[in-house]
Design a protein around this ligand. Structure first.
Ligand code: 5AD
Ligand code: SF4
Length: 471
């Protein structure tokens, strides 16, 4: 048996063990009308992890609480990419103290990326003794077992692993929507961008086996899912850790053959690894959505080098040209960090110049946040907050007008919209997304939720489009 087969074998045994524990525990929770509340911070990976936790909680006999402070089980699934997200978690956790004092039976669990940092763990042990379970990103699947240990000992249970051990497939999970789903294709990241804490808290890159992914997607489609979002920190390097020669474009090609699957999305793409083969596969398939989220982070080659991004401004611009000449209607979105060490006026102007050249359809902008343990944190030439904020606002206003102008160009176009929801107050207003990932509001019957329908764009707003259903 190869090392990889062994890893998967252990994974299978682990899944069985956890399922058995769920069964044992459920008799003490079922039928008591217990409820849970889960707050997810951060990215799509965390959203997917939370679906797995919800799956376990529901199997145990908990149902979704209306309010946090009515729940019997509260979980925070945390993010540590920026410091203010961490502060928010500590604030919320502090406010649970009196709730737990009044309701000693409730359980509080905290998990996710923040827990992988030693200083965070220390702070929780010292100041947040009302927390019952603490676990990290590598052992989320052990939640049933950790809960069992806590119930037996009535102590705070902490289990944080430094590295990933096995990939555990096939535990229960409850998906938020019935018609679209996120699917992990890989975990971790090897890139070590110098501002980013992710490689330290999510570990090295590991790809799931293609057959596991394909089988999961087949099951989803049989359950009525029309759109999948393939998830990974750097999907373009999918397959590099597999024994067989199999790449991300190979996976996409195989997925396009699944009958009934209508849309395939993926994120995140790293510009240094985006291959010509990927562009070709995208172009040749009408199931792969015409949208690429391609984080540029900065426009100055000097800053990109300091960020360890391994591409230049010119490389990025050429890549955009290549993508657009293959797929003229594709929409491009990005992430940009403002205020990285050394980013003064000239460097910032390069970002503005790039943004104006590319004319993105959307962007997430972030103020640089110093993360202890990353190379960026000890770099000289840190940028004063005031200056970074000024640049941030300038960038935001330029991006807003670019995105709005792009939206205006969509007027009169007919887009295929996957209807995601009906407005809560007015059920005749629907919201959905085009394959270019544009958000569109239009009038229609709520029975259309989950269907793909043609909509003519009649108006554009800065952040969304308005349309009319074509019947
Ligand atoms: N400060 C600000 N933004 C960051 N990101 C990652 N780390 C940091 C940091 N230390 C942003 C990057 C990444 C996105 C998910 O978060 O733009 O693409
Ligand atoms: Fe962080 Fe860079 Fe990896 Fe993205 S590619 S998770 S920014 S280290």
């Amino acid at each position: 048996m190869s090392r990889k087969e062994r890893v998967y074998k252990i994974g299978e045994e682990e899944a069985l063990r956890q399922k058995q524990i769920i069964e044992e525990l459920s008799s003490s929770f079922q039928g008591k009308g217990l409820s849970y509340f889960i707050q997810t911070f951060g990215c799509q990976m965390n959203v997917r992890d939370s679906e797995k936790l919800v799956g376990i909680l529901e199997k145990l006999g908990f149902s979704l609480a209306v309010k946090e402070k009515e729940a019997d089980f509260i979980i925070y699934n945390t993010c540590c990419v920026r410091e203010n997200a961490e502060q928010k978690v500590f604030g919320r956790l502090g406010s649970l103290k009196s709730y737990k004092e009044k309701n000693p039976h409730i359980k509080i669990a905290i998990c996710g990326c923040m827990m992988q940092q030693e200083n965070v763990l220390k702070e929780i042990k010292q100041k947040y003794r009302h927390v019952d379970l603490v676990f990290g990103t590598f052992n989320l699947y052990k939640f049933p077992e950790l809960l069992q240990t806590h119930l037996e000992t009535n102590q705070m249970v902490i289990d944080i692993w430094k590295e990933h051990q096995e990939i555990v497939e096939d535990l229960p999970s409850i998906r938020k929507d019935t018609f679209k789903a996120g699917v992990n294709i890989m975990y971790g990241c090897n890139n070590f961008c110098s501002y980013c804490i992710v490689p330290y808290v999510r570990g090295r890159e590991r790809s799931r086996l293609p057959e596991e992914i394909l089988a999961e997607v087949q099951r989803l489609v049989a359950d009525g899912v029309k759109e999948i979002m393939l998830l990974g920190q750097n999907v373009n390097s999918y397959g590099k850790t597999l024994e067989q020669d199999y790449s991300f474009p190979d996976l996409l090609k195989d997925l396009t053959h699944i009958e009934g699957l209508e849309r395939i999305r993926f994120m995140t793409s790293h510009p240094k690894d985006l291959s010509d083969e990927l562009i070709k596969v995208m172009k040749e398939s009408n199931k792969i959505c015409r949208h690429l989220h391609l984080p540029v982070q900065a426009g100055s080659t000097k800053i990109l080098k300091a960020m360890n991004r391994k591409y230049t401004k010119e490389h990025y611009l050429n890549l955009v040209k290549k993508i657009r000449s293959a797929m003229p209607n594709i929409s491009l979105t990005t992430d940009i960090i403002v205020g990285f060490p050394g980013e003064h006026e000239n460097e910032f102007q390069e970002t503005l110049d790039l943004v104006q050249q590319v004319k993105f359809d959307g962007a997430f902008t972030f103020l640089y946040s110093k993360r202890t343990g990353t190379p960026g944190a000890t770099m000289e030439d840190q940028i004063p907050e005031e200056k970074a904020k000024k640049h941030f606002n300038e960038l935001l206003s330029i991006l807003d007008s670019i995105v709005y102008e792009n939206n205006l160009e969509k007027k009169e176009e007919i887009l295929q919209i996957l209807v995601e929801e009906a407005n809560q107050e007015n059920q005749t207003i629907l919201t959905g997304r085009s394959d270019t990932n544009h958000l569109v509001h239009f009038a229609g019957d709520s029975s259309l939720v989950g269907k793909i329908v043609p909509v003519k764009i009649t108006d554009a707003k800065p952040y969304y489009l308005i349309g009319e259903l074509i019947v």
